[in-house]
Design a protein around this ligand. Sequence first.
Ligand SMILES: O=C(CO)[C@H](O)[C@H](O)COP(=O)(O)O
Length: 221
Amino acid sequence: MSSLSSGAMIAPSVLAADFANLQRDCEMLNVSQADWFHIDIMDGVFVPNISFGMPVLEAIQRHAQKPLDVHLMIVQPERYLETFKKLGAEVITVHYEACPHLHRTIQQIKDLGCKAGVALNPHTPVNVLEDIIQDIDMVLIMSVNPGFGGQKFIEHTYQKVQKTRQMCDMQGLNTLIEIDGGVNQKNAKKLIDAGANVLVAGNFVFSSENPIQTIQELKNI
Ligand SMILES: O=C(CO)[C@H](O)[C@H](O)COP(=O)(O)O
């Protein structure tokens, strides 16, 4: 897994790739400065959209040469953790709002040998993680309402990032803070300054004329 010493890690969201050219887009990410492949799994229940499931992830795994960062926007994620591990997930993130027994779910992810992330929807305050932050490897702060790529970044996110970083600092933790939704060159620096160290970018990367260069530009911030 990439170190944090060179600024923010970049995790392009495969949701915005061209699914008819998935192998080509995976190979593009392999040669780019991207650190992780961000994989959005949506079930049409937790979020009002269905993305893709196991067969597509299996195809991505065959071509990806970087860690798979799997973001589960699904109810009862514990049903599928083992399957995602088998399909190559190195980081598995579940939603706080979808896990009544979050501590148990996190332990299950770690027992599989994966890094455990917890995602917060835009309306969920960061202090709900106060008593679990020491057990998790990454906090994913949603900067749009989950379910769709290409949405407008929610400005309140900066404050949430700062609060999360303060919470980690107070406990002496180096927890990763990942931002997902509407990330672009305009907000990336402010997010990093606030304490973020993993940036997910979907449309900003894949809709650009030169995705490799766009990733490089994000990486240089
Ligand atoms: O989790 C997601 C949507 O729920 C996507 O990862 C996110 O929206 C990234 O796409 P974009 O950068 O286009 O906003």
